[in-house]
Design a binder for this molecule. Structure first.
Ligand SMILES: CC(C)(COP(=O)(O)OP(=O)(O)OC[C@H]1O[C@@H](n2cnc3c(N)ncnc32)[C@H](O)[C@@H]1OP(=O)(O)O)[C@@H](O)C(=O)NCCC(=O)NCCS
Length: 305
């Protein structure tokens, strides 16, 4: 479709494979539903027990209502309230931090966080600078009150709206509604100035990961896993270096899925879950459009099985 090569893609990004959701009327919620159904089965939870479901996404099924509502309706979460949260590639971290507040307040007992994006719906497959990066995917986690000193310990979230110029979608919002002209001008696709975004991402994702360690007196040897947003292997390597964490402690699956935006971090947890042990210190880190970025320190709350 574009003038590129496997060698260029692999050496610049680390990506080997991406997954695309195909078929008529298949929106992001389709993947979200599957992720949540798997989660309910694994945790032996009935859908009626869910108090709140937050879906992080930049590719909602529709402008409104929220994709979270569609997911709840499909899975039968009749007692939940739900909403979407949009923070691009940091969406899952923002949603995780937001959801954890509802648990910490003591008000709710079961909060589901979904990270899901159908990036193929907003990628121009004639643009070689973006179409090689993004893929479709979703993951979900459940937050519950902990009786021991485990779970989400701290988070640092940041935003800089002046970064919007480097990564955005030009049309389809209230500033420039969809028209024949906007479609012809390809303004409903991801617009990205790759090297500018790269520079901000590499510095800020590394800094915010180091910051959460310093703030909590965590040394490199205390960290069991770095769980980084999967946008580019070079950004991940720079973050691990800055933290002093070896490659054997870095969750990596960008080669399998590419950048699934809100989906990358829950997909990493899914792929590595069997290797996690109760009490493991995980640092989750992300950078994305907005600009948005942040880190979460969590202590994994259970052993496998
Ligand atoms: C997009 C990205 C992979 C491009 O890599 P890069 O090393 O920065 O490459 P550049 O954009 O500087 O382009 C270098 C050259 O490769 C070319 N190129 C771009 N995409 C290409 C592709 N798929 N195949 C072959 N060549 C390509 C460019 O046209 C440019 O050619 P030129 O020097 O003749 O103009 C990289 O910038 C990146 O990962 N950025 C951050 C993306 C990101 O994290 N986005 C989401 C935020 S979460």
């Amino acid at each position: 479709m574009v003038d590129t090569s496997d060698d260029w893609i692999t050496s610049r990004t680390g990506i080997k494979e991406r997954h695309i959701l195909k078929g008529e009327n298949q929106g992001t919620s389709v993947m979200g539903v599957k992720a949540v159904q798997g989660l309910l089965e694994k945790t032996n939870t009935r859908p009626e027990e869910i108090d709140l479901l937050i879906c992080a996404t930049v590719t909602p099924d529709m402008m409104f209502p929220a994709t979270a509502n569609l997911i709840c309706s499909e899975i039968g979460a009749v007692n939940a309230f739900s909403y979407d949260l949009m923070a691009a590639c940091s969406g899952f971290l923002y949603a995780l931090s937001t959801g954890s507040q509802f648990i910490e307040s003591g008000r709710y007992k079961k909060v589901v966080i979904v990270g899901a994006d159908k990036m193929s719906s907003i990628v121009d497959y004639q643009d070689r600078t973006t179409c090689i990066i993004f893929g479709d995917g979703a993951g979900a986690v459940m937050l519950e009150p902990a009786s021991e000193n485990l779970g989400i310990m701290d988070h640092i979230l940041k935003t800089d709206g002046s970064g919007a110029q480097h990564l955005h979608m030009k049309a389809g919002g209230s500033r420039k509604p969809a028209s024949v002209e906007t479609v012809a001008a390809k303004e409903h696709y991801v617009y990205q100035e790759g090297s500018a975004v790269f520079k901000f991402a590499v510095t800020n994702m590394a800094n915010v990961s180091a910051e959460i360690m310093e703030k909590n007196n965590l040394r490199a040897e205390d960290i069991s896993w770095l769980v980084p947003h999967q946008a580019n292997k070079r950004i991940i390597d720079a973050t691990a270096n800055r933290m002093g964490v070896g490659a054997d402690k870095v969750m990596l699956n960008i080669h399998k899925y590419g950048n699934t935006t809100s989906g990358t971090i829950p997909l990493c947890l899914w792929d590595y879950e069997k290797q996690l042990k109760k009490g493991d210190n995980l640092i989750l880190a992300a950078f994305g459009g907005g600009f948005t970025w942040g880190s979460v320190w969590l202590k994994w709350a259970y052993d496998p099985e």
